[in-house]
Every structure is written in C-alpha cells, then in structure tokens.
Design a protein around this ligand. Structure first.
Ligand code: RP5
Length: 158
C-alpha cells in the first residue's frame, strides 16, 4: 500500500473551496436593513456577479461576524459589502477580521437621519480602511464591488 499524499489532497480541496464560493458577501446588521441592501443584490444580479446575503450584527452576534469575516476569503469571496445603521460597527469589525476590501453602507435612521451610521462607518482608525458609500448607497456599493472585481489579480511583475 502506498503512502498517503496530503499535499496533493489539500491542494485539490483548496481549489474547490476558492471556486465554489460567491464573489461578493452582502452583510447587514439587522433584518430592518434588508430593504435598503436589496438594491445592492439587484445590481449584482443585473451584472451576473455571484453573491450571498446575510444578517449579522456586530453587537448582537460578534462571534458570528468574526467567523464569517475570517473565513470569507477561503470560500472565494473577494469583496464584502456591509450595511449598518446607528452605531454602525459592522463594516469596521468585518475589516478587522479580513484582508478583503470592505465597502460600508450607512443606513438612514429615524433618530439622526443616518449621520450616526455615516460617521460610525467612515471614521475608521489608520491602518484598517473601509470604503464608505453615501447614506443608503447600497447600489453604489455593488457597482464599486464590480469595479474591484474587474481589476482581476495584480500583475506579478509589478
Ligand atoms: C443596526 O441597528 C442595524 O444595522 C440597523 O440599521 C439598526 C437597527 O436595528 P434593529 O433594531 O432594527 O434590529 O445594528
């Protein structure tokens, strides 16, 4: 009987994992964000870009957010769009757990009109960037994600 060949087996599994996952992850902090974030999903559908959509709250389910963000790249996700309102921590927390580009969508709120969400998302500390769209700018987030995907891999000679 021949020895097992773990390296070849692992390489095969990695290839499958990277090709099977959706290209974009659309996250939102609450079910109540779904109506706004559907604009991102519709734009990606129009462009035939594969995506998944999940409700994950940075405050109510921090472990779930950490697990999603830290395993997204290995499943083939290439860009994450994260919509959140009020103390909108979700895009920043996702960015803390992944090297993937994160696009934040501040959700309009009843108390402060979405300025709370906007400032929470845009004021990231140096070294942990999050792209920030306009308030309720979910469609633009999808277009921006499409532009990132269109760049393809970085040329090795650069
Ligand atoms: C945020 O708080 C969510 O992203 C949502 O925009 C806002 C309100 O959430 P719910 O109280 O409606 O669940 O975390």
């Amino acid at each position: 009987m021949s020895d097992p060949q773990p390296v070849a087996e692992v390489r095969h599994l990695w290839a499958e994992l990277e090709s099977d996952g959706p290209q974009v992850g659309i996250l939102m902090g609450s079910e109540s964000d779904k109506e706004v974030m559907t604009a991102a999903a519709n734009e990606l559908l129009d462009r035939a870009i594969t995506f998944e959509m999940k409700v994950l709250s940075a405050h109510r389910d921090p472990r779930g957010v950490a697990e999603y963000a830290s395993t997204a790249a290995i499943r083939g996700v290439r860009v994450i769009i994260a919509g959140a309102g009020k103390a909108a921590a979700l895009p920043g927390v996702v960015a803390a757990y992944t090297e993937l580009p994160v696009i934040g969508v501040p959700i309009r709120t009843s108390d402060l009109g979405g300025m709370d969400s906007l400032l929470s998302i845009v004021q990231m500390p140096s070294g942990v960037p999050v792209a920030c769209m306009a308030i309720n700018g979910a469609r633009n987030a999808a277009i921006f994600a499409a532009k990132i995907l269109a760049q393809g891999p970085v040329h090795p000679s650069r």
